[in-house]
Design a protein around this ligand. Sequence first.
Ligand SMILES: [Zn+2]
Length: 320
Amino acid sequence: MIKIINSLKNSYKRKIMIFVVISLFMAFAFNEITNKDSYIIYYENQPVGITKVRPQVVYKAYGDAKAKFYSEGKNISDDKIYLEKTGKKYGNVKYIGENEISETIYSRLDDKEPILVGKSTQLFKYVNPYYEECEYVYDDTMYEDEIKVTRDEASGMREVTVMETYYNGKKHDRKILETKVVTKAVPRVVHIGTKKRPEYILPVTDYVLTSGFGPRWGTNHNGIDLAVPTGTDVMAARDGTVIQAGWNGGYGISVYIDHGNGVVTRYGHMSETLVSVGQAVKQGDIVGLSGSTGDSTGPHVHFEIRENGAPIDPVKYISY
Ligand SMILES: [Zn+2]
């Protein structure tokens, strides 16, 4: 290389060489500029137009319009060109009906030759039903295994405004512009109990279960029968206040204890009561002695739990 340069020390030869190099470079550059290949214009990455002349002028930016130029599938330029939105200088905006806007974008290659890029926008609205998420209410007036629907759901209607954009007739984009509630949906409301079920104990510990809760002899057996020898201690199932102590019809000598919140326990067929009405008792306190008084066929304790007067199966609270 040095040899060659040295040999070109002669300034005439050197000038010729430089001229040739510059000429080659110019020819290459000229070719780039005046190339008559097709250039595909990309607008927001969508092919929107084709031109035989490579744009040489960079126009004023409009929005985020960008374009890349390709020739024979090769990216030849990352330059931005700017597609003028119409309505002012290079095109027009046409309204077709109420919701349709037709729009034309031009790309100027120079001051004479615009490329037409068709862009149309369709705006439309539709109404459709919708639902609200269910509302859950934690409710300490209900037991934790209870659930209750307190309000049913109702659908509402909403109006959705959608804009679809087409480039040269091809769908390019769909956007939800606005969602407006026409009629409000009503959510379902579900109450979920949080109250702990009260803990009971059975009134006797050493017993034989002779009858469960439920239908018996054509009626309903409102409690459970726990067979024990006469004179066995009968305990209060929970803390409460004695509201009945003594003879009470078919229950014979019996004790009722009020536990508050509408809950009462009953102990029937005793031989003796050891408490009196109005007396406060603690769970496990002895309220009487077992027997077989009232409608009874043998010594046992008839034990009931009532909620707001209605008998419930004690097995819900006590496993026995
Ligand atoms: Zn009974």
